[in-house]
Design a protein around this ligand. Structure first.
Ligand code: NAD
Length: 322
């Protein structure tokens, strides 16, 4: 199984970089495609230049060449516009990048080699608002806002290619992820940690009452790995899993939890209450992945936050302009 050639799109992102480390350590032959420039200068991944394609997956010729040249067997498509605020500012590009980018891979796989396994990073946001209930895999995708709809659309298109053209596809709908290597600044956990280290006021863009599941990145990476293995082994060509968490809370509770770990309770926060276009409450039911793939959440919140905090402390020079 180790002789698999793997391509990770968005490999410089939170999920892609941690997935790269994990698979590389397991001796898979892994390549990254990401459009981010100058990442290799930071290079906390210690990835060799020849493993990186710095480019855009909207370029069909480029991705076809990579797949053929490197004889790719498995693609993890983690690349996307991921920031809710970026998506609200530029819905056109978000739809184009997140939907057409996914479609590019599916069409190329369908034409050149249907055996290539494609694992798509969907999201709990793809479900939209379901009130107080938790989402199950069969819950309808019923999103409203641009980032969320881009995820639902690409998710449905992946299902369509698996069911119509028999492609081998995995779809993972993860909770909010956190951990080392997240270079985004507008996410709750890392944004708060960076503000504390830099002694800045932390601005909460919502009312502070939005409820989310929080999952440490290593547990998400393991879910991707188990899904890949199950698609390699089994004849079933479509696997869809929620990857949730037992830690479900609102923004205020998360801030309180981190403050306790940092051992500071006088951290300045400002509530902007400016994000009206976001889902209010989310909770994933993740019994299916536990039962079928024997996946377990292994990192408790306190340990996950401590590891994250320690990474940001030692990499704070990445965030000079924060
Ligand atoms: N982080 C979370 O909380 C979370 C939760 C559920 C689902 N997801 C999904 O998981 C995936 C990974 O999330 P993340 O947090 O690692 O994101 P991230 O923002 O950290 O990384 C995304 C990467 O994709 C790259 N990218 C974007 N468009 C590209 C293009 N056209 N060509 C090449 N590279 C491109 C970016 O440069 C970036 O490095 C995304 O698809 C996201 O929607 C994330």
């Amino acid at each position: 199984m180790k002789n698999k050639n793997i391509l990770i799109t968005g490999g410089f992102g939170l999920l892609g970089s941690n997935l790269y480390n994990f698979l590389h350590q397991k001796k898979y032959n892994v390549f990254i495609l990401d459009k981010k420039k100058n990442f290799l200068k930071k290079n906390y991944l210690k990835i060799k230049k020849e493993r990186v394609f710095q480019g855009d997956y909207l370029d069909k010729k480029l991705i076809k060449n990579i797949i053929l040249k490197k004889k790719i067997n498995i693609i993890f498509h983690t690349g996307a516009v991921t920031q809710v605020l970026d998506a609200l500012k530029d819905p056109e590009y978000t739809y184009y990048n997140n939907i057409n980018g996914t479609l590019n891979f599916l069409n190329i796989i369908n034409k050149i080699n249907k055996k290539i396994i494609f694992i798509y990073s969907s999201s709990d946001k793809a479900y939209g608002e379901v009130g107080k209930k938790s989402y199950r895999e069969e819950t309808c995708l019923n999103s409203t806002f641009p980032y969320d709809v881009s995820k639902s659309c690409a998710d449905l298109i992946c299902q369509s290619y698996a069911k119509t053209y028999n492609l081998k596809i995995g779809i993972l709908r993860c909770a909010n992820l956190y951990g080392p290597g997240d270079l985004n600044r507008n996410r709750l956990i890392n944004g708060f940690i960076i503000s504390v280290i830099k002694k800045k006021i932390f601005k909460i863009r919502s009312s502070g009452k939005l409820v989310r599941d929080y999952l440490y990145i290593d547990d998400a990476v393991n879910a991707y790995y188990l899904t890949m293995r199950s698609l390699i082994k089994s004849k079933k060509n479509l696997r869809i899993y929620n990857v949730g968490s037992k830690y479900n809370m609102n923004v205020f509770k998360m801030i309180k939890t981190i403050s306790k770990i940092i051992n500071k309770d006088n951290i300045k926060i400002k509530i902007l209450n400016s994000s009206k276009n976001e889902i209010l409450s989310q909770k994933l039911n993740y019994k299916k992945i536990c039962k079928e793939l024997n996946w377990k959440q292994t990192v408790n919140l306190e340990n996950g936050l401590k590891k994250t905090l320690s990474w940001y402390k030692s990499h704070i020079n990445f965030f000079k302009d924060y």
